[in-house]
Design a protein around this ligand. Structure first.
Ligand SMILES: [Zn+2]
Length: 323
């Protein structure tokens, strides 16, 4: 059953650089949001306390408490992956203090409301499908290209969770058998080539020394024609185009929507991406380009996380919403 109109959800977005919380209405609109930097610590409890402070600040700003019946839908969590929906634990690659951390049980114990978890890129896919660039498309791959590369799938209008909730992990599909070793242990993963960290590292190795050497600095240099910076984005765009061509061919998708900080670089990424896509997606049903930038920015993940508790029947019909 969908939430009634006077109810709201608390949405949580767990990332390697920030924890965000928001109050989201049944229409998918954010009314209040608060962020805290992710503590750089290996102390699992300190990380949980920081998340709690973002949640509490959000509730306070909205004049709500979990005793309020309007918050009955509960908490929807979008988290950096991987996670395990069968146990409610997570082990985000870029949050080393949480390994098999029982986040779902800890949130239920602290707040006493239902909790549902999904991967952060799945949350972005849902957010863009519900309120953003993928509206009206039944078969969508949502991607986040930022510090890492993530993905989430909506097929036939519903979320495809996979066996453990990790379906859509396109960032750790290999696109180069001779490519670099990935942080996950794989070889030639898309993320090891096209993530912000990877493309900036490649540019620096090739002599790039602009700004602070970050992906944002490489993007700025590419925009003003720096050859090494442009080559770094071409390499990332090639890898993305190849991976996306495989996904579209495998799943016969309507649309691929790409958000995240690296995607915000625009044409320097999307042009080589589209060219590579056309080289690799040869079958007629896959050949039409259908790759668009995200529309919602950083709010997509919060809106999608809220859908876990606000619109479970829409995205997980048959009562199999994530918990
Ligand atoms: Zn990998």
């Amino acid at each position: 059953m969908a939430a009634s109109q006077d109810q709201v959800a608390l949405a949580v977005d767990i990332g390697g650089t920030k924890f965000a919380a928001a109050i989201v209405t049944p229409d998918g609109n954010i009314v209040v949001t608060r962020r805290v930097p992710t503590p750089q610590t290996d102390d699992a409890n300190a990380l949980f306390d920081a998340l709690g402070s973002a949640i509490d600040a959000t509730l306070q700003a909205a004049g709500l408490s979990f005793a309020d019946p309007r918050l009955m839908p509960g908490i929807g969590v979008g988290t950096a992956a991987p996670l395990d929906l069968t146990t409610g634990t997570l082990s985000p690659v870029n949050i080393p203090g949480w390994r098999l951390f029982p986040l779902r049980d800890r949130l239920i114990a602290r707040y006493g409301v239902p909790v549902g978890m999904i991967g952060d890129a799945v949350a972005v896919a849902i957010g863009e499908h519900w309120k953003g660039a993928a509206k009206g498309n039944a078969n969508v791959l949502g991607m986040v290209v930022s510090t890492g590369v993530g993905g989430g799938l909506i097929l036939g209008g519903r979320v495809l969770p996979g066996a453990t909730g990790n379906a859509g992990h396109i960032g750790h599909a290999s696109v180069d058998p001779a490519g670099p070793v990935c942080v996950c242990g794989g070889i030639g993963c898309l993320e090891a080539i096209a993530s912000g960290l990877s493309l900036a590292a490649w540019a620096r190795e090739d002599g790039f020394s602009g700004g602070d050497g970050s992906a944002a600095a490489v993007a700025a240099a590419a925009a003003s024609g720096d050859e090494v910076a442009l080559a770094a984005f071409r390499r990332a765009g090639d890898a993305l185009g190849m991976a996306i061509a495989g996904a579209v061919t495998l799943l016969d998708l309507d649309l691929v929507v790409i958000g995240g900080g690296v995607a915000a670089a625009g044409a320097v990424l999307f042009e080589p991406l589209a060219a590579a896509y056309s080289r690799y997606a040869a079958l007629a049903f896959a050949a039409e380009p259908r790759i668009v930038p995200a529309a919602l920015g950083a709010t997509a993940g919060l809106i999608g996380a809220a859908a876990v508790v606000l619109a479970p029947d829409a995205y997980w019909p048959g009562g199999d919403r994530p918990r």
